[in-house]
Ligand binder design. Sequence first.
Ligand code: ATP
Ligand code: SF4
Ligand code: MG
Length: 316
Amino acid sequence: MSTVFGPKKEKIRAIDGVSFYVCRGEMVGIVGESGCGKSVTSQSIMRLYDEKEEVSYSGTVRFEGENLMEIPYKEMDKIRGNRIAMIFQDALSSLNPVYTVGNQVVEAICIHQNVEKKEAWQKAVEMLMKVGISEPEKRMRQYPHELSGGMRQRVMIAIALCCKPDLLIADEPTTALDVTVQAQIMDLIQQLKEEENMGVILITHDMAVVAENCDRVIVMYLGQMVEEASVTDIFEHPLHPYTVGLIQSIPQMTTDSEQELFMIKGSLPLLTQIKKGCRFASRCPYATDKCREEEPELQKTGENHSVRCHFPRFGE
Ligand SMILES: Nc1ncnc2c1ncn2[C@@H]1O[C@H](COP(=O)(O)OP(=O)(O)OP(=O)(O)O)[C@@H](O)[C@H]1O
Ligand code: SF4
Ligand SMILES: [Mg+2]
């Protein structure tokens, strides 16, 4: 799948040839630094740009046999928030400040389940209990700003799950929260994933969160996938120099001060300044002339491991 923004003259190819799958009951992490295309990937799956942006997609997003890139936009409404749900980093701006929490959960239930208001209210209370909100009846009557950040995120999760989605896309769901609450929210997503047997795409820039929660990982750099593998393989045998750098910049994993020197140097180039060759070459300690000339392809190195690099770091 590729997503290109803008009118003909100033096209920005925000993601380029991204291709992956998610199974039921599985959590797939998408990692990479700010601006690498994590959100564009998830929002393209949901076709959230169609109405607001000049955008064109290519490639396919298969969801239970259907290509989401080809179905009419109106049909997407039935899938979005129904069979695929999404939660974002910032629960405060996703919730409507002028309605009570109860109102918003009840509305979500009424949209997705054929029930009367009174029954929906009862279901909303149960839903809030399920996501670990204490005194749910009291919370239902409160407004979003009266709740803590962690609690608001729990409400967002409750709303997302009202429709019993097959796939949940969580875009930095815990970034705005402190570390303890972060762990609680991830535990909750993990538990609900198992109970509902849904697939989860977890978008994060935090490799430690990936290590603890995901089954598989996709590492993105400047709009492309540069590595894909199981969590065990990524952490035990990272092959792409960028992945190696990401892992070594997790504070707890760096015990040797020498290693810290490997921290990824430089910053992400602009999408409009992409040169020929490997996109990581300007920051890669192993770059050669070949890297600067020829763009590497994503190639399989094992049954479930792929990397986009001319000189993968085997045996390190
Ligand atoms: N609507 C848009 N129009 C044009 N370019 C866009 C649009 N949305 C995103 N981009 C560009 O696409 C690239 C990827 O953005 P994206 O939001 O996916 O990054 P990200 O990996 O989610 O970063 P972050 O960690 O900061 O959320 C960026 O260079 C961004 O400027
Ligand atoms: S292809 Fe070359 S520049 Fe790119 S990541 Fe691999 S070694 Fe580094
Ligand atoms: Mg983002």
